[in-house]
Design a protein. Structure first.
Length: 67
């Protein structure tokens, strides 16, 4: 997140509160309707995230990488 210019604490807090959840769901639905089959990958601490793009699951994966 730091390399992306994001504040880690602020980003995690936004994820915890569900900020943007509706937009994420709408974007995924739009992509699926447009037959998009791939997108840029998520990486946490250099490891590719291969889980579902569910906000709770992404947050859990992100928090599990915190040292």
């Amino acid at each position: 997140m730091i390399r992306a210019g994001l504040d880690p604490e602020r980003t995690v807090e936004a994820m915890r509160t569900g900020a943007g959840d509706e937009r994420i769901v709408a974007d995924v639905e739009s992509a699926l309707a447009g037959a998009v089959t791939s997108a840029p990958a998520l990486f946490f601490n250099g490891e590719r995230y291969r889980g579902r793009l569910d906000p709770a699951e992404v947050l859990a994966a992100l928090e599990s990488t915190r040292v």
